[in-house]
Structure formats: structure tokens, C-alpha cells
Design a protein around this ligand. Structure first.
Ligand code: ZN
Length: 86
């Protein structure tokens, strides 16, 4: 059965947090904006390749995917159940 990897979700969360920190830090030290751009780009690539509904390719945000880890979760686009693997 197709599923989304739990590790990819964790990586996505990590990138989002790092992006938030570097954006905040960039207001004090501007070179951090460069890292923020790298984290944002990495996140977008990860999101496009891994954090999509395995059935229809529909976009799901991180909040919903975190919820899907612990609960039965259905894609809001195609209605198929989304499984999260470890
Ligand atoms: Zn779907």
C-alpha cells in the first residue's frame, strides 16, 4: 500500500522550524537570510516530491500530516485514506 514516510514529515517540520529561526535571526544578521532561502528551497523540494497524497498527488499541509500520524486520515482531494509509514 502506498504511504507517506514519517521520516519525511519529520524532516519537513525540521526544515520549517529552521526556516523560522533563520528568518527571525536574519533581522539581526542578514547573512542568515541566505540559509533561510536554502531551508525554504529544501522544504519546497521535499514537499513536492514526498509530502503529497500518494493516490492523487494532492497537497496536504504539515499540520494535517502530523495529525495523520496518530489518526485515521483521508485525503481532502480524493477521499482515499493516507497511511503514514515509519
Ligand atoms: Zn488524494
Amino acid at each position: 500500500m502506498k504511504s507517506i514516510s514519517g521520516k519525511d514529515i519529520n524532516l519537513g517540520i525540521t526544515l520549517a522550524v529552521l526556516f523560522g529561526i533563520t528568518i527571525a535571526g536574519g533581522c539581526i544578521k542578514w547573512p542568515l537570510f541566505v540559509f533561510a532561502a536554502i531551508f525554504l528551497f529544501s522544504y519546497i523540494v521535499l514537499d513536492r516530491k514526498k509530502l503529497r497524497c500518494p493516490n492523487c498527488g494532492g497537497f496536504e499541509n504539515l499540520d494535517r500530516l502530523m495529525y495523520a500520524k496518530k489518526h485515521v486520515f483521508h485525503c481532502m482531494h480524493c477521499g482515499e485514506r493516507i497511511n503514514i509509514s515509519e
